[in-house]
Design a protein around this ligand. Structure first.
Ligand SMILES: NC(=O)CC[C@H](N)C(=O)O
Length: 267
């Protein structure tokens, strides 16, 4: 079963992702998988799954718009519901809403019903590394060496399928992603109406967020740094900048499951 996984290669750490995807596929003994850099709608159309790397989300969305990729990317995530994973800037692009965006706005792709707070931990010089428990990697998994560089966090879980969040529009420097309708049975199967919190920074994640609940004031929960909603996965940190391929391997298994689901449904 040939499977093609793309990494959006407009800007940022795309090369590192491709390398770790290859390493993970070897670890998982996945034969016949192809990993490609995506710069055009034609390349995107070949993909069964897509990684949006870290970098600078403002630049990435500008280049995506100029490359006529924004609409195909939105369709990939929200209409075809193929698996996507955004790291850092990629997570920002996958959010339905983002704070502290550049004046004049910034285009988002959307797909995760969350609002992110950009540059949550401060500037480049305030970058840090932290060993983080990631329960989704399995019971007893060793802490993951997470790298945070001008990283966003998920500061709010938004109500599902609200489309444009009108309450957010009035907030200065907050942007929202345009809404889209999923189509077809595979799309339905991959649609999840809740955002699952997979990791928080200050303590091991054991929390499933409920819709519409503002989690930011409750500091006890810690900062949300990994979330999943259906086929959309996002991390605040950069696994591609470590040699650790465990998250890539975990995500490739998600892609494999999604491809099998689509096949079963004849799509
Ligand atoms: N390392 C990163 O990807 C940083 C993201 C960056 N702060 C942005 O807003 O795009």
């Amino acid at each position: 079963m040939p499977v093609t996984v793309g990494v959006l290669a407009l800007q940022g750490a795309f090369f590192e992702h491709v390398q770790l995807l290859k390493k993970a596929s070897e670890q998982e003994s996945l034969a016949g998988w192809e990993f490609i850099e995506v710069r055009t709608p034609q390349e995107l159309a070949k993909c069964d799954g897509l990684v949006l790397p870290g970098g600078e989300s403002t630049t990435m969305s500008l280049v995506a718009a100029r490359s006529n990729l924004l609409e195909p990317l939105r369709d990939f995530v929200k209409v075809h519901r193929k698996p996507v994973w955004g790291t850092c800037a990629g997570l920002i692009l996958l959010a339905e809403s983002a704070n502290k965006t550049k004046k004049g706005g910034q285009e988002l792709i959307g797909g995760l019903d969350v609002r992110v707070n950009r540059n949550h931990f401060g500037r480049q010089t305030e970058s840090f590394q932290a060993p983080l428990e990631l329960p989704f990697l399995g019971a007893g998994a060793a802490p993951f060496p997470t790298v945070f560089i001008r990283a966003p966090i998920v500061e709010r879980i938004l109500p599902h399928h609200k489309g444009i969040q009108t309450e957010e529009i009035s907030l200065e420097e907050t942007v929202v992603a345009p809404s889209r309708q999923a189509k077809g049975p595979a799309a339905e199967a991959a649609t999840a109406d809740h955002v699952e919190v997979l990791a928080t920074l200050s303590r091991p994640a054991s929390v499933i967020a409920t819709q519409g609940r503002d989690l930011s004031p409750d500091k006890e929960l810690g900062d949300i740094v990994a979330v999943q909603q259906g086929n959309v996965f996002g991390t605040s940190f950069h696994p591609e900048l470590t040699g650790d391929a465990r998250i890539h391997a975990w995500w490739l298994r998600q892609v494999q499951a999604a491809v099998l689901r689509r096949k079963k449904l004849g799509q």
